[in-house]
Design a protein around this ligand. Structure first.
Ligand code: NDP
Length: 303
């Protein structure tokens, strides 16, 4: 039985996109500039193709100048680096996103490190990682998934998170670590758990805020959740549903939703929780990057 408030990521993402569309129009009307986003994809990975299409579609809907570079899987590292370099120099482009994963023969960090930090709308460049870790979020570009997760946490709990106990399960550079940095900056008491953490259920049971970013279907069980806790499920896992027919599947998160919803105060569903926020925050980062490159004052933070 669901007793928790269901955090509607789709609706929140929609409101963020509306605000970004307004800001984009303001840049065009008052400064003669469309925010420019370049998305680079190498190879044919079907999931990446879907992500890139959605990013492009959303960028266009927000009124951006949107450019896609689709390169063959066998593109050489030096050709990709040359493309990134040309986008670094392109004045019409304010944000560059290289869709991961890249094919095995390309050194991912070499590519990501070449993106100018001020155009790094994924927030993966070491300069942006450093700024976020140093507590200088207002000059960094923050990775989109954790930024979107924080927006959802604040929708559920209000803007003052200080003193709350937060447990982030997962320590990836893309989600877990930047999520922990953001929560620390909000003055939460933060624990980062991972595959070597002992007594994980007990660790999670201490949390007022749980963020699950593990990549294991429904790993976090209902009885791990402290009554009333806020649960943010970042996981996107496709699991087979043979009962619905051969080859059929469905998406589930890293949290056993029904069980957890019976204990939580608020919880994000999968799909329709964190997923839509990731793209919305990419748009927000692109407008932020454009304003900074134009030498304009910072807009009100989205979170
Ligand atoms: P990674 O595989 O990079 O990291 C997974 C983390 O989970 C690692 O730190 C790992 O620990 C930890 N882990 C694995 N198994 C366990 C376990 N049994 N107990 C505790 N911790 C464990 O994944 P990502 O961070 O990239 O992604 C996590 C999930 O979020 C995935 O489902 C992914 O699809 C989803 N995702 C969703 C996005 C969205 O837009 N909603 C965007 C990005 C990701 P260790 O370091 O010790 O190996």
């Amino acid at each position: 039985m669901t007793t928790a408030q269901v955090i509607d990521g789709k609706a929140v993402a929609e409101s963020v996109r509306e605000e970004i569309t307004r800001r984009s129009k303001d840049l065009l009307d008052n400064h003669g500039t469309r925010p420019g986003l370049a998305v680079v994809i190498v190879g044919e990975d079907p999931a990446s193709q879907v992500y890139v299409r959605n990013k492009q579609k959303t960028a266009e809907a927000c009124g951006f100048h949107s450019v896609k570079h689709a390169l063959a899987a066998e593109t050489s590292e030096s050709d990709l680096l040359a493309l990134v370099q040309s986008l670094n120099e392109d004045k019409a482009i304010h944000g560059i996103l290289v869709q991961l994963p890249l094919p095995g023969h390309i050194d991912e960090s070499k590519v990501l490190n070449l993106i100018k930090p001020e155009k790094d709308v994924d927030g993966f460049h070491p300069i942006n990682v450093g700024l976020l870790t140093a507590g200088e979020r207002s000059s960094a570009l923050v990775p989109c998934t954790p930024a979107g997760s924080l927006v959802l946490i604040k929708r559920a709990l209000g803007t003052d998170l200080s003193g709350k106990t937060a447990v982030v399960v997962g320590r990836s550079n893309i989600v877990g670590k930047p999520m922990a940095s953001l929560l620390l900056q909000e003055s939460c008491t933060v624990t980062i758990a991972h595959s070597r953490t002992k007594d994980l259920p007990d660790v999670v049971r201490a949390a007022d805020i749980v963020v699950a970013a593990v990549g294991r279907p429904e790993m976090v069980r209902g009885d791990w959740i402290k009554p009333g806790a806020t649960v943010i499920d970042v996981g996107i896992n496709r699991v087979p549903t043979p009962e619905k027919g051969e080859g059929k599947s469905r998406l589930v998160g890293d949290v056993a939703y029904e069980e957890a919803a019976a204990h939580a105060g608020a919880i994000t569903p999968v799909p329709g929780g964190v997923g839509p926020m990731t793209i919305a925050m990419l748009m927000a980062n692109t407008v932020t990057a454009a304003r900074r490159q134009l030498g304009l004052p910072e807009a009100e933070p989205i979170f």
